[in-house]
Design a protein around this ligand. Structure first.
Ligand code: GTP
Ligand code: SPV
Ligand code: MN
Length: 592
């Protein structure tokens, strides 16, 4: 282990010294990213009980971790944007005045590493040296965080070498403290390039490169610098001719990004030669390229995916990604063969097992083995369909942007916006049922614009204005914008659309629309497919059912209009007039 600083960068050294003085660690370890160091940390994590080494024949280099039972998801009500003026955080963010926030956080952090090790972890979001890349340093007292960050980002010495003497990097302090919920705070200081997270050990709260940096801080930087940071997967669809077109899709947490990003085409498509390539499953950074098109890069290097529901049928690529070098969090532990299990993996829950809390578990009593927000942290390179462009410094060109949510009714399977501005409107009015990815009630419909409600680092109305502005700059090279909903149900709550691999049928229509190769039906909300233009070959859905989920129910949409007006009213004068105009237009079309 190395106690010696791995850089001479004065801004880095000064900040690390300041952190040392604050949290008072017993020792300091710089993470160089070497295999020896990772192995030693795994060893150490197993010794302290933070990690459990799994069956090394069945799951080589795989580990299990359990968080505290009060610390299993993102905490949106304890997540703050600490910009100088409250009005600039906007009505959808929690705000704290920066100097008050620093004081409160420093009081919590002070001395909290006593007797513990401080890990200093340099990491890059985006391939090191790429024009997209931005660097960060996370200081943490958790081996679990280090081992996750090493999978989720490009971490180690190469990052410091690329950073050189620059002061342009994101400062991140994480302190586990006592995992005390009442003192848990996830705070962002966009003006200071700083993130401070205390009293949590769960993924999205503590892997500071992910939601904190790559979305909240990066969305602020994107607004300032003219690019976009979005909660989007990126995938490429290869057609039988070998042409690949890329789409980016924003769905709220636990609404299907990882699954869509790695989908396996239905058999009829596979036979014809279709392939899907995964570029990213959660976050997209997008810039206008030299050719005037929108180019996207996945700043991450791994997948922090939802475990429950992942199986050989629903997502074999995700499952394959988790077979080596993976950290499982809050899943069930099969003691017979020292492997892992979660609901929806297969129909045979282990008999001799511990649940996600580490308690002896009997599946026949109806309790869950894995937490609904249990996760795997898997290296992207494990994924059988990882795109050859995964490390491409310039990213991939985007043909279509897709918004989507979890709506039992209202939203049809797919529709296309009329143009970019109308597409921004479609994104701004997104709504979805809440999931276990964040603490709080599950299954409640809420507005989640662009799937960014919990992740936008500044005023949401300014964010929408930024989207409109990007459209002006892109002009006729702008991607086409669509909306999908895989989650329509019947009266008994059964899904009407099979989803997963079959979602390629919808992607095919979307790409055909981008190229003007297929017609559509104009409705009050946008363009909906003619029923027979969605390929039903080999699909277990009747024409009537398909027609039903493509239907736009005017009554339900008029109720939506009321909800949207109330939502928009919260943004006052800052709401772009264009969005009100779009809403009035939809309202009038519904009433016509
Ligand atoms: P985050 O990592 O939280 O951002 O989630 P995500 O958007 O990547 O969601 P993910 O792909 O992990 O899916 C979450 C849940 O939705 C899982 O339980 C999936 O089984 C389920 N799911 C994903 N795609 C579909 C689909 O097409 N249809 C249905 N019915 N369920 C789906
Ligand atoms: C999400 O909640 O959208 C996630 C998981 O991708 S977390 O990293 O916890 O944010
Ligand atoms: Mn996510």
């Amino acid at each position: 282990m190395t106690g010696k600083a791995l850089t001479k960068n004065p801004s880095v050294l000064a900040w690390v010294d300041k952190m040392i003085a604050l949290v008072k660690p017993q020792q300091v370890v710089w993470i160089d990213g070497s295999q020896e160091q990772i192995d030693a940390l795994r060893e150490e994590g197993c010794r302290t009980g933070e990690m459990i080494r799994l069956n090394q024949e069945k799951l080589p280099d795989c580990y299990l971790h359990r968080t505290a039972v009060n610390d299993v998801a993102r905490v949106e009500d304890r997540t703050f944007i600490c910009c100088p003026e409250e009005k600039d955080a906007g009505p959808t963010n929690h705000w704290m005045e920066p100097s008050a926030a620093y004081k409160m956080l420093e009081d919590i952090a002070r001395g909290s590493y006593q007797g513990r090790t401080m890990y200093v972890l340099p990491y890059s979001m985006g391939p090191v040296g790429s024009p997209f890349a931005k660097y960060g340093i996370e200081v943490t007292d958790s081996i679990y965080v280090v081992l996750n960050m090493v999978i989720m980002t490009r971490a180690g010495q190469a990052v410091l070498d690329a950073l050189g003497d620059s002061a342009d990097w994101i400062r991140g302090l994480h302190c586990r403290c006592d995992i005390d919920e009442s003192k848990r705070y996830i705070c962002h200081f966009p003006q200071d390039d700083t993130i401070i997270s205390v009293n949590s050990g769960y993924g999205g709260n503590v892997l500071l490169g992910k939601k904190c940096f790559a979305l909240r801080i990066a969305s602020y930087l994107g607004h300032k610098e003219g690019w976009m940071a979005e909660h989007m997967l990126i995938l490429g669809v290869e057609d039988p001719k070998g042409d690949i077109r890329y789409v980016a899709a924003a769905f709220p947490s636990a609404c299907g990004k990882t699954n869509l990003a790695m989908l396996i085409p239905p058999e009829t498509y596979r036979k014809k030669g279709y392939k899907v390539w995964c570029v990213g499953d959660d976050i997209a950074w997008m810039r206008i390229g030299p050719d005037g098109r929108l180019w996207a890069c996945n700043p991450e290097n791994g997948f922090f995916g939802v475990a429950p529901g992942t199986n050989e049928k629903s997502n074999p690529n995700a499952l394959a990604s988790t077979r080596r070098g993976t950290i499982f969090t809050n899943v069930a532990h099969n003691l017979d063969d020292n492997t892992v299990w979660w609901e929806g993996l297969d129909k045979n829950p282990p008999r001799n097992a511990l649940n996600w809390k580490g308690e002896k578990w009997d599946s026949t009593d109806g309790s869950k083995g894995a937490h609904p927000n249990s996760r795997f942290t898997a290296p992207a390179k494990n994924c059988p369909c990882v795109s050859p462009k995964f490390d491409s410094p310039e990213g991939v060109p985007i043909s279509a942007i897709i918004f989507g949510g979890r709506r039992a009714r209202t939203a049809p399977l797919v529709y296309q916006s009329e143009d970019w501005n109308n597409g921004v409107f479609v994104g701004s009015i997104m709504a979805s049922e809440t999931t276990a990815a964040a603490t709080g009630a599950v299954g409640v419909v809420r507005r989640d614009p662009m799937a960014m409600l919990p992740f936008c680092g500044y005023h949401m109305a300014d964010y929408w204005a930024h989207w409109l502005d990007m459209g002006r700059k892109l002009g006729d090279k702008a991607p086409k914008i669509f909306h999908v909903n895989w989650f329509r149900t019947d009266d008994e709550g059964n899904f009407l659309w099979p989803g997963f691999g079959d979602n390629l049928r919808v992607l095919e229509w979307i790409l055909a629309r981008c190229e003007g190769k297929v017609g559509a039906r104009k409705t009050a909300i946008g363009y909906v497919p003619h029923v027979d233009d969605i390929n039903r070959e080999g699909l277990d859905v009747s024409r009537d059912t398909l027609a039903g989920i493509l239907n736009v129910d005017k009554g339900l949409w008029l109720q939506e209009v009321d909800g949207i007006r109330a939502f928009y009213a919260r943004f006052g004068d800052r709401l772009p007039a264009e969005l009100t105009r779009q809403l009035d237009k939809m309202d009038a079309a519904l009433k016509a």
